[in-house]
Design a protein around this ligand. Structure first.
Ligand code: ADP
Length: 226
């Protein structure tokens, strides 16, 4: 269970990015957070991995207050959360295989696990045929699939996908949403952010709408909650 408890964030320049945001996410849920650019979506996601600190309120993962964790526990928490960003963040001079292997090695996986899991995870995102290519040799949609493979290969409990389709055309956007849904069906909690109405229409499920740092709507399968 993820729980945001009256989380506010005021940046040093006095920008109010989050204003008393409260909501919970159950394990294995698929939640889409929608809002215009500047609504606070990225700040909200960065809070969960301890990259931003709340000005007020608290963020919990199960019983843990994320911002009270020591360094070691924070590392453990981050290993439970896979992250995907709009700009892919692949390492340019490594092949797709090496990019994913690198993430696995950083989380303590053995050479044997790397050799068996990298091809498998690339099959899952329909990218087996690009395993020995470099990121520059892939399309935007393929790069994002590689980034998703990297995020899920260590089998995190939660995947945060922050505007993952922001640079993609509608066909690739649809494919990325489908892959995230597949990952969710395999048992992973997914938090997806977008400013794209088309994504919201495709994805179904629970939609949280943000505006100017506030949750203005929490829509579970079409039912109004807030
Ligand atoms: P979104 O992801 O919905 O576009 P963000 O969380 O990135 O929203 O930003 C929310 C607000 O906080 C925006 O007004 C943005 O300009 C501001 N903001 C984000 N990061 C910083 C920062 N490091 N310092 C100051 N303001 C920031």
């Amino acid at each position: 269970m993820i729980y945001y408890d009256k989380v506010s964030k005021v940046y040093p320049d006095k920008t109010v990015a989050l204003d008393e945001v409260s909501f919970g996410v159950e394990p294995k849920e698929f939640v889409t957070i929608v809002g215009a650019s500047g609504a606070g979506k990225t700040t909200l996601m960065r809070m969960l991995i301890g990259e931003e600190w709340p000005s007020a309120g608290a963020v919990f993962l199960e019983s843990f207050n994320v911002h009270r964790l020591g360094k070691r526990d924070m590392t453990k928490l981050r290993r439970r959360i896979g992250t995907v960003f709009q700009d892919y963040r692949l390492i340019p001079n490594k092949t797709i295989y090496e990019n994913i292997a690198f993430a696995m090695e950083a989380s303590g996986k053995t050479d044997g696990e790397v050799a068996s899991d990298v091809p498998r995870v690339l099959e899952l995102v329909n990218l087996g045929h690009k395993i020995w290519n470099f990121p520059s040799e892939l399309s935007g949609g393929e790069r994002q699939r590689a980034a998703i493979a990297r995020a899920i290969v260590t089998q995190p409990d939660i995947v945060i996908a922050d505007e993952p389709t922001g640079n993609l055309d509608p066909a690739n956007t649809y494919e990325i949403v489908r892959i995230l849904q597949k990952i969710n069906e395999l048992g992973t909690t997914v938090l997806l952010t977008t400013h794209n109405k088309g994504v919201v229409d495709t994805v179904g499920g629970r939609i949280i709408t943000m505006d100017k740092g506030k949750v203005i709507k929490d829509d579970r399968e079409g039912k109004y909650i807030l």
